[in-house]
Ligand binder design. Structure first.
Ligand code: ADP
Ligand code: MG
Length: 238
């Protein structure tokens, strides 16, 4: 399960309010994309959901439970970092297993989950390599594998493809969409790239200066942008 609800959530850094009161619901199994220009608060919002930042006020619920004060490791969510967050001296197997070893899970259960993730991600033949011996796309898959083994209620991605070249980005986009179909788990995906938003999302959340300009499916935003900002961002004719 992975229904995430934000109720009047705000975030200030010092005297600067970067997220004014914000309400948002992401349904279980949904692929939600936060899109908006640089500095609009996408990462901050994701980090609030992940628990990597504390809210200034408001409530975050995960499957109806108040998670506002719950530490990140106990929220049942997995943040997928860019592939360069891998440990270069560890094998792929150990990189993927890392969060489970930290959680002191039994070795046979770790092995089972790593095998499962590797199979879903087509990494079975690469488990004994080091990250440096992989392509950029494979490294990104390892980073995703490290999230999958935790069997999270939701995956949180913050511009995971921004350090990949354009061709690879297209491929990884498709792979992440495929993965979402296969796992049917909630995913929240942050990007400043309209094309990613339009091609991957069930629900797009358009952010501007910390507030939500519009929420809707790609088709809804394309057909009925609420204003010129959304229209400009989505690339529709209004
Ligand atoms: P985005 O991810 O959309 O580019 P961010 O969430 O990173 O935007 O940042 C939103 C705003 O919050 C920006 O003005 C940024 O400078 C500010 N901000 C983010 N993190 C911090 C922080 N730790 N301290 C102070 N200001 C921050
Ligand atoms: Mg960001």
């Amino acid at each position: 399960m992975g229904r995430i609800t934000l109720d009047k959530v705000t975030k200030s850094f010092g005297a600067t309010e970067v997220i004014p009161p914000l309400d948002l619901t992401i349904e279980d199994g949904e692929f939600a994309v936060f899109v908006g220009p640089s500095g609009c608060g996408k990462s901050t919002l994701l980090r609030l959901i992940a628990g990597l930042e504390d809210v200034t006020s408001g409530t975050i619920r995960i499957d109806g439970e108040d998670a506002t004060m719950v530490p990140p490791a106990k929220r049942g969510l997995a943040m997928v970092f860019q592939s360069y967050a891998l440990y270069p001296h560890m094998s792929v197997r150990k990189n993927i297993a890392f969060p489970l070893r930290m959680a002191k899970m039994a070795q046979d259960e770790i092995d089972r989950r790593v095998q499962g993730a590797a199979s879903v991600l087509n990494l079975t033949d690469y488990l004994d390599r080091r990250p440096g011996q992989l392509s950029g796309g494979q490294r990104q898959r390892v980073a995703i594998g490290r999230a999958i083994v935790r069997e999270p209620a939701a995956f949180l991605f913050d511009e995971p493809l921004s350090n990949l070249d354009a061709a690879l980005r297209v491929g990884m986009r498709l792979e992440i969409s495929e993965l979402h179909k296969r796992l049917a788990t909630t995913m929240i995906y942050v990007t400043h790239d309209q094309v990613e938003a339009m091609t991957m999302a069930d629900k797009i959340v358009v952010l501007r200066a910390g507030h939500i300009e519009q929420v809707g499916s790609p088709l809804e935003l394309y057909r009925e942008p609420r204003n010129l900002f959304v229209a400009g961002f989505i690339g529709s004719p209004k």
